[in-house]
Design a protein around this ligand. Structure first.
Ligand SMILES: [Zn+2]
Length: 438
């Protein structure tokens, strides 16, 4: 009805009407008002733990009419219910109708109206007469939006992103494959990968996996404005293989380096990776005598050749310091790494070096140091890899590779302080979940 609407729009409230409106507000506010507050059953920091990220809904008495410290303004909150329009939600805030209409007419609010989701909160500050001072909208996957009244117009302000890390615990049982089980438990691939990698020193997930094996993981999830955005870190894990448990906890040393250990403090890191390439095949093995493909005569092959396309990333097989990075005869572009205990590794025929790599630079295990090529005495792109112990070439595929050094005694107290909580939670999770799964 356009006529009625026009009348409302041009209507000015008298003093008596204003008082009446205020009395109505006070009367309404004295009724027991209930609102629904949604909260994630998860804590916003890594020290607290919750089992499942479910939404807990509870009825709360809302401070319906709060006089903010003598400024003559009132604050109310309204939560979007399922099936609500923005208009409905706003009407519960006791804002002047005309103001609501004007607010709904702004670009920012029009945009919000189409995407508003149940559970989001809207907080309004009004004058005693219901005139809007400011209103704050929680949004989906975006920082809260505040709209302030300034004279006859509205000003929008975006809050900064609310970033949180939450801890999640999950368990599963293997029915067919590791990823089948982690998928059905809702565990991100990144976390599943990390678990497989962490236990790979003691378990081969392609060979050793058994139907009925169980696992538990504790990991972080990064949230932005209340929405999960990415998987964070694996904090602790347990894998029970054919009845034998394997456990891992993440430890950060005083220098900020992170690594996985057993709850007893034994390193789970391999001292050396078996191969410096992720995907490759051995095209020529270590041998004491073979016919050289370029020189033609028989001589020892002092390393292993891995066939891989030019540009494939070459990784340091262990923590080390760069001893040499440059061109050297038949090796072509060569990197030599010096490790502890007299170990050295050679990476030859490289197309190029990683940016910033120079002699004396420290490198960590798995760090990309160069790229596969065919420089020097080479007939096609491949990586020639050598391991030397006290200067003598050894067969990298056959030697027993040393483990990572154990945790220093001086760090035991720090280690326990950081990890015992996760170890306890793993034990707790095992007790609860296995009972539930059986
Ligand atoms: Zn070779």
């Amino acid at each position: 009805m356009p006529l009625t609407k026009l009348r409302i729009l041009t209507h000015r409230m008298s003093g008596a009407e204003r008082r009446f409106r205020l009395r109505t507000m006070v009367a309404i506010s004295s009724l027991p008002l209930f609102g629904v507050v949604a909260a994630f059953g998860l804590a916003p920091d890594t020290n607290t733990l919750d089992i499942t990220p479910e939404i807990i809904t509870e009825a709360l008495a809302l401070p319906a009419l709060t006089n903010s410290s003598g400024t003559g303004t009132f604050e109310r909150e309204s939560v979007v219910q399922s099936g609500d329009t923005l208009n409905h939600t706003l009407s519960r805030l006791k804002i002047d109708d005309l103001e609501i209409q004007r607010l709904l007419g702004t670009d920012a609010v029009r945009e919000l109206a189409s995407s508003i989701r149940a559970g989001k909160r809207i907080q309004a500050t009004t004058t005693q007469e219901g005139q809007l001072v400011s209103i704050k909208f929680e949004r989906n996957d975006a920082p809260a939006l505040t709209i302030r009244k300034q004279g006859d117009s509205f000003i929008t302000e975006e809050s900064s992103d609310l970033l949180e890390t939450r801890v999640v615990m999950r368990s599963g049982r293997i029915l067919s494959s590791l990823y089948g089980a982690t998928d059905s438990a809702g565990i991100p691939d990144k976390i599943a990968d990390r678990m497989a990698e962490t236990f790979s020193t003691s378990l081969d997930f392609r060979e050793d996996l058994r139907r009925g094996d169980t696992f538990s993981v504790i990991y972080t999830v990064n949230y932005r404005n209340g929405e999960p955005v990415s998987a964070g870190q694996l904090l602790a894990a347990e894998y029970v293989n054919a009845g034998k448990p394997y456990r891992a906890v993440l430890y950060r040393d005083p220098l900020g380096r992170e690594a996985y250990y057993t709850p007893e403090g034994e390193s789970l890191k391999k001292g050396f990776l078996r191969s410096p390439l992720e995907f490759s095949r051995v095209t020529s093995s270590f041998s004491n005598s073979r016919k050289h493909p370029v020189y033609g005569f028989h001589r020892a092959h002092t390393g292993v050749d891995f066939g891989a396309p030019t540009g494939t990333r070459v990784k340091a097989t262990g923590d080390a310091v760069v001893k040499f990075a440059g061109r050297k005869g038949g090796y072509g572009n060569l990197v030599i790494l010096r490790h502890s205990n007299g170990y050295e590794t050679y990476y030859a025929h490289l197309s190029k070096f990683a940016a910033g790599l120079r002699s004396g630079s420290p490198v960590s295990q798995g760090q990309v140091i160069a790229y596969v090529g065919s420089t020097g005495a080479s007939t096609g792109p491949h990586l020639h890899y050598e391991v030397r112990i006290a200067g003598r070439p050894q067969n990298p595929m056959a030697i027993k590779l040393p483990g990572a050094p154990p945790l220093a005694t001086a760090q035991r107290a720090r280690f326990m302080e950081q990890t015992s909580n996760w170890s306890d939670k793993l034990a707790l999770l095992r007790g609860t979940n296995l009972a539930a799964l059986d």
